[in-house]
Design a protein around this ligand. Structure first.
Ligand code: SF4
Ligand code: SF4
Length: 204
């Protein structure tokens, strides 16, 4: 698995959920299939009148989510920017050729109401619930820092074994201190809540 494979899997899913935040700070999600995938970028089309477009132009931050039929979750945290004016027509044509239904939605010149946005930098989270133990990996696209989440065991650990016994994925190893295998961790917090020494910290 790597970032490019995650992007390919998004293409196989085909319909992605895009999340933004509105002017009141409330979450807004919508499903979008007017998307073109390059190995190092994602292009998508939306109309200027849509709140989605206004929210992107105001801020650009977007989260994209997809779930494959194999229970693999792929999430991108990114900033979407409009492509330069002299590239708009090219990418519109690419997306409309790949998604013929769009010519029914925006026939003829009405497609000019749309804008092409591009994502070149993103944090990518891959989370596979279809295997045991579960798998979780982080990747990046472009020049961004990888995401850090979950829990970590500190030197305050007294090696009592409570966390190991309570971990639903069996992903805590004995040691001094005990150790969480981050690639198999659910982030459920059961170890964190039950540690008698408060030796487990949440990573931010
Ligand atoms: S429950 Fe806490 S003290 Fe006990 S082994 Fe786990 S991390 Fe260490
Ligand atoms: S957060 Fe849950 S899955 Fe992860 S190590 Fe702790 S108990 Fe195990």
């Amino acid at each position: 698995m790597d970032a490019q494979t995650c992007i390919k899997k998004l293409g196989y899913v085909g319909i992605l959920t895009f999340a933004t935040v509105d002017e009141h700070g409330h979450p807004q999600v919508r499903s979008i299939s007017a998307v073109h995938y390059e190995p190092d970028a994602i292009y998508f089309y939306t109309a200027r009148g849509k709140n989605f477009c206004r929210q992107l132009l105001a801020d650009g931050h977007v989260q994209i989510h997809a779930l494959t039929k194999f229970k693999e979750m792929i999430r991108l945290s990114a900033v979407a920017l409009p492509v330069p004016d002299d590239e708009q027509e090219h990418w519109k044509n690419v997306i409309f050729e790949e998604q013929p239904y769009l010519t029914n939605v925006y026939p003829g010149d009405t497609r000019s109401i749309g804008i092409i946005f591009c994502i070149r930098e993103a944090q990518i989270e891959y989370f596979n619930l279809g295997v045991h133990p579960i798998e979780r990996y982080y990747y990046t696209m472009g020049d961004v820092k990888p995401e850090v989440k979950g829990f970590e065991i500190t030197d305050a650990c007294i090696q009592c074994g409570t966390c190991e016994a309570n971990c639903p994925q069996g992903c805590i190893e004995e040691g001094e201190p005990y150790h969480i295998q981050p690639e198999h961790c659910l982030h459920c917090g059961n170890c964190f809540e039950n540690c008698p020494a408060e030796a487990i910290i949440r990573l931010e």
